[in-house]
Design a protein around this ligand. Structure first.
Ligand code: ASP
Ligand code: MG
Length: 585
């Protein structure tokens, strides 16, 4: 007998028939003797319909009233499901978020969960009830001390379910939905996408849009942080679906459930070398050639970064272990002798990284990292960002000082700080899934000063405006005045606000200017085994070259390799990369 939290989404409870089918499913789990807490969403498109009603009256309805309105959707489904369970002779009781005691912050429309009171649910479970809880909603205490209804943000009932599973120390949290689980890519775009039997929460978060289409990312973040066993399964079959695994098991601390520390580790890897190639031709196959040769020579490349520049040439920068530098240098020189371009190689570097599920969607975190380092006078040679990790390459002599400062800034304990940890991902697949993120825009800021604090200032300005950056790339080449370019990608919707947010900063940097890139899309390969497998990036670049696709930007992180390509090439690129890692077989 187990204590299970089972969540059924809007489609699964979209009609009376479906509610009855869910009730049957719940009844049979109950017959097996499990204790059950059931979380449901609003029926079908209820939440959208309610939103439309409000928008028909006002273009700017008060957030408090929106929460009052939207929370009714889930209240309908908990009552109906309980009625259906009664019909089947199953003892069940429904509870709203406030009846349970799901306590949230007071920010309406996007409240984070601070605490879940468990007493009332536990009592009912002991009495043999199935407890049916309204997802997506909670209650906050206003400054005056009165209780207010809040909602967690669209898709938030997944997060309600995992929060309940955490608070109740449930044996598992099962998310029942209208897809069979998490697939290797979007099956509407690639017909032979396959179900993944399991993946880690970190991989799911790195798959960005692909993962988010299946589960609310905040639910994955909670599961990762508190070690909840999370499953995604189809509501219509008995197939096992996908299991999400997590390593870390944080104990429930005094910080709010969802507000726990966003960063839970800092890592310093010493003895790194940076190889920067500049002015290499901007054409398909260049990155493939270079990284294939490196891989064939057994050189394991860590970070890779590339951005397109004015004229028809690229800069490609990558890092390797210092011992590999001579070999890597020879290979680079021979590649450059054929196609032109310059090499700048530098050893005596270290990689400093922060990691944590809370980095995603909180742009201030990367900004804090960069700012902390710049205050210590540390220049960032290279930056790599992803959903769960931000790394920068700095001078080795400044590594320990930087690490301490960063540990302090994020209030990390001794055991969360690691120097030269062993290799990660041994025995894991190099690539598990491929995501295509079409809603990206590429922006370059030309002519920024090359000194500590530049990247920090840029990220802080954007973070203050609530804008997350991805793939920040500093150019290898310097302008005659010593300045450099910084390119990045961001969500298309944020482009306009980014311009406004950067204006005051640009005014301080004479000659600096913002430039928009062409229409792009981002293809990302994600796999926990990537750091332990040489040649992954080379295989991806080769697949794109064979499809005659030019790579505008490359940005890698520990378990993710992303290539930015022209928007028109997106689908072909996705298929080519999915095929090259044989994910459809
Ligand atoms: N009903 C809410 C929504 O449609 C919450 C959820 O379904 O997860 O966003
Ligand atoms: Mg959902």
């Amino acid at each position: 007998m187990a204590l299970l939290v089972q969540k059924f989404g809007g489609t699964s409870v979209g009609s009376v028939k479906r509610i009855q089918a869910v009730a049957k499913r719940v009844a049979s789990s109950r017959e097996l003797g499990h204790e059950l807490v059931i979380v449901v969403s609003a029926m079908g498109h209820t939440t959208d319909e309610l939103t439309c009603l409000a928008e028909a009256i006002s273009s700017n309805p008060p957030q408090r009233e929106m929460d009052m309105l939207l929370a009714t959707g889930e209240q309908v489904s908990i009552a109906l499901l309980s009625i259906a369970l009664h019909e089947l002779g199953v003892q069940a009781i429904s509870m709203t978020g406030s009846q349970v005691g799901i306590v949230t912050e007071s920010s309406h429309g996007r409240a984070r969960i601070l605490e879940v009171k468990t007493e009332r649910i536990k009592n009912r479970l002991e009495e043999g009830y199935v407890v049916v809880v309204a997802g997506f909603q909670g209650t906050s205490l206003s400054s005056g001390g009165t209780a207010e209804i809040t909602t967690l943000g669209r898709g938030g009932s997944d997060t309600s379910a995992v929060a309940l599973a955490t608070a109740l120390s449930a044996d598992a949290c099962e998310i029942y939905t209208d897809v069979p689980g998490v697939l290797t890519t979007d099956p509407r775009k690639v017909a032979d996408a396959k179900l993944m039997p399991s993946l880690s929460c970190d991989e799911m978060l790195e798959l960005a849009s692909l993962g988010a289409a299946v589960l609310h990312p905040r639910a994955v973040e909670l599961a990762r942080n508190y070690g909840v066993k999370l499953k995604v399964r189809s509501s219509w079959t008995n197939d096992p679906g996908t299991t999400l695994t997590s390593e870390s098991k944080r104990s429930l601390g005094r910080d709010g459930l969802e507000l726990g520390r966003p960063v839970d580790g800092v890592e310093l890897v010493e003895g790194q070398a940076v190889l920067g190639l500049s002015h290499v031709p901007d054409q398909p196959g260049v990155a493939a050639d270079l990284f294939e040769k490196l891989s064939n020579a057994g050189v394991n490349v860590d970070l890779i970064i590339q951005a397109t520049h004015e004229g028809n040439s690229n800069d490609i920068t990558f890092t390797v272990n210092e011992e590999e530098l001579p070999k890597a240098r020879t290979i680079c020189m021979s590649v450059l002798s054929q196609m032109g371009g310059e090499l700048l190689a530098q050893s005596g570097m270290s990689k400093l990284s922060i990691s944590g599920a809370g980095i995603m969607g909180r742009p201030g975190i990367a900004a804090t990292l960069f700012d902390t380092l710049s205050r210590k006078g540390i220049n960032l040679r290279l930056i790599a960002t992803s959903e769960v990790k931000v790394s920068c390459v700095i001078d080795k002599s400044l590594g320990p000082k930087g690490m301490r400062a960063v540990g302090d800034a994020f209030e990390l304990d001794e055991h969360q700080i690691q120097v030269n940890p062993g290799a990660n991902g041994i025995g894991e697949p190099e690539v598990r899934g491929i995501a295509l993120d079409p809603d990206q825009a590429q922006v370059s800021v030309r002519g920024v000063p090359d000194k500590p604090g530049t990247a920090a200032a840029l990220c802080t300005a954007l973070a203050d405006a609530g804008i997350s950056l991805d793939a920040i790339v500093q150019s290898e080449r310097q302008q005659k005045d010593g300045s450099r370019d910084i390119s990045f990608t961001l969500k298309k919707n944020d482009r306009q606000n980014a311009g406004k947010a950067l204006a005051p900063l640009l005014a301080k940097w004479p000659g600096a200017q913002v430039e928009d890139g062409p229409e792009i899309t981002r293809v990302s390969a994600v796999g926990a085994g990537m750091p332990a497998t040489p040649g992954t990036a080379a295989r991806m670049f080769r697949a794109l070259a064979q499809a005659k696709i030019n790579i505008a930007m490359i940005a890698t992180s520990e378990i993710r390799t992303s290539c930015v390509v022209a928007k028109k090439d997106g689908l072909v690129a996705l298929k080519a990369v999915h095929d090259c890692f044989k994910l459809g077989e």
